[in-house]
Design a protein around this ligand. Structure first.
Ligand code: ATP
Ligand code: MG
Length: 191
């Protein structure tokens, strides 16, 4: 599961857990991105802080792992490069990419999507406020896509950042250990 995780929140964690359980995954690995290709502006918090927040969020969850390979790589974070690296490191494993409904709809724009679809399968998770536009997907993507439902949580990192900047509470939208890290380091206080 990739993302900017700026910051990670309960929507991400519940999507991951629902995918793990529904699709029988051994583990879910979280990949905070370096420079995301399809976002207007870069992440607000630096990579080390976003990774630290992922570590804090998945603390002691035996099936969850935080991976820093996209942060360590120079330049734009393309998922295909991450998958190629994973196949080299773990040749006996197969990988699925977990994405929310908003990202399912932009799959056709992903870098080298045909090659990517040949290497992985996609797990698309329902997301509050988003509708799947499945008829827009070419069959080489649709054939590799499983749609699953999670209890909808209308939470986004953007809304969390805006709340902090406005001096509002973000408690219970994300784990307390992430909350305390944001407060202690003064993250997101100015937009
Ligand atoms: P931002 O508002 O900064 O874009 P975000 O909340 O969308 O943040 P991302 O890091 O962009 O978080 O998302 C990572 C992945 O998690 C994406 O595939 C996204 O669709 C999915 N996701 C994020 N929030 C939810 C949610 N509440 N429910 C389901 N999926 C989600
Ligand atoms: Mg997003």
């Amino acid at each position: 599961m990739g993302g900017t995780f700026d910051p990670i929140h309960y929507g991400h964690l519940l999507a991951a857990e629902t995918a793990r359980e529904t699709c029988g995954l051994d583990e879910v690995w979280f990949f905070p991105s370096g420079e995301p290709p399809l976002k207007d502006s870069g992440p607000q918090a630096d990579g080390a802080s976003r990774l630290e927040m992922v570590y804090r969020a998945i603390d002691f969850q035996p099936h969850f792992r935080a991976m820093d390979i996209e942060l360590e790589r120079e330049g734009t974070s393309f998922t295909i490069d991450t998958i190629k690296a994973l196949h080299e490191l773990y040749p006996d494993r197969s990988f699925s990419i977990i994405i929310g409904a908003d990202r399912v709809n932009d799959l056709p724009q992903w870098h080298e999507i045909e090659a990517l679809a040949g290497m992985v399968s996609f797990i698309g998770v329902t997301r509050a406020g988003e509708t799947f536009q499945l008829e827009q997907l070419p069959s080489f993507i649709a054939d590799k896509l499983t749609i699953i439902e999670m209890p909808l949580m209308d939470i986004s990192s953007t809304a969390i950042r805006n709340r902090v900047a406005a001096g509002r509470s973000i408690r219970f939208l994300l784990p307390e250990k992430v909350h305390s890290f944001i407060r202690r380091n003064g993250l997101y206080e100015s937009v």
